[in-house]
Design a protein around this ligand. Structure first.
Ligand code: SF4
Length: 271
């Protein structure tokens, strides 16, 4: 892992994600190195030409005093959109923790999204916010397959244990079932595993992008060859997602869940 330290003027930046006013990305790059990651375009924007996604990390350096909690009152802030706030190196550098400590007292709505069990470290801090929700994203219950998809992230069972602990500490939780892998993502199983700790679920489809298509197809070929032709078909024909959306809707309504479906062709977005 290539580590750099980079000065950044503003650690809280305006967002163009629907319903999110600001985003905080404490790092550039992501140690989780998910094969489908939509944030890989950051390589182009951050002077990392030639580097591989998942193999570099810039530790952002910033002035904590510049963070003014009241500035964000009434706004919605997401941690994070193009990295994970609880990467393994967060243990050492603590950028996420320092930012949250500084934000205590804000009336902003804070949304945390992670694939890491390290998130439980900050339960003491979460309790100090008036309006905070903490969620995990997950694609599969299959731990071996998750290791292939998201090599640096916590295993699904550890993510579930983390969300349970967060819920038991009285913090609002949610599950982001994303990206949805056709024929593989067992969304009913994921809901079943987590229903005791949240009733908030959102869903995002797998986005085929030129940079991730070869990796996704290779992984499917090697692990689920029986679905390969289906994946090729879904790439061409969107009707699979329309059908799935109806299926999810009717299931969630029967179960009386709060849910949001974000099936789109665009970039990262969080409900
Ligand atoms: S955790 Fe998120 S930002 Fe990091 S590699 Fe995975 S999808 Fe990308």
């Amino acid at each position: 892992m290539k580590i750099n330290f980079r000065e950044t003027k503003s650690i809280i930046t305006k967002s163009n994600i629907p319903q999110i006013d600001f985003v905080i990305n404490p790092y550039t790059g992501c140690q989780h190195g998910c094969i489908y990651c939509y944030a890989e375009f950051m390589i182009r924007f951050t002077n990392h030409k030639g580097d591989k996604w998942g193999e570099f990390l810039d530790i952002k350096q910033f002035e904590l005093e510049k963070i003014k909690p009241q500035k964000y009152n009434g706004k919605r802030i997401l941690l994070s959109s193009v990295t994970d706030p609880y990467l393994p190196l967060e243990k050492k550098y603590q950028n996420t923790r320092k930012i949250l400590e500084r934000l205590v007292g804000t009336n902003a709505e804070i949304t945390i999204l992670t694939k890491s069990k390290l998130v439980v470290r900050d339960i003491d801090l979460f309790k100090k916010f008036k309006n905070i929700e903490v969620g995990i994203s997950i694609s599969t219950l299959n731990e071996q397959f998750a290791r292939i998809l998201e090599r640096g992230a916590s295993k699904p069972s550890d993510r579930f244990a983390a969300i349970k602990e967060i819920y038991e500490n009285g913090i609002q939780t949610y599950i982001f079932i994303s990206p949805f892998f056709p024929e593989i993502t067992d969304y009913k199983g994921i809901i079943g595993e987590t229903l005791d700790y949240t009733d908030n679920f959102s869903f995002e489809n797998l986005n085929f992008r030129p940079h991730n298509i070869p990796r996704i197809m290779n992984v499917i070929r090697e692990n689920y060859p029986e679905f390969l032709s289906k994946y090729k078909e879904i790439q061409r024909d969107r009707s699979y997602w329309d059908f799935l959306e109806e299926d999810i809707k009717s299931y969630c309504e029967n179960m009386k869940l709060n849910y949001k479906i974000e099936f789109h062709h665009g970039g990262f977005s969080k409900s």
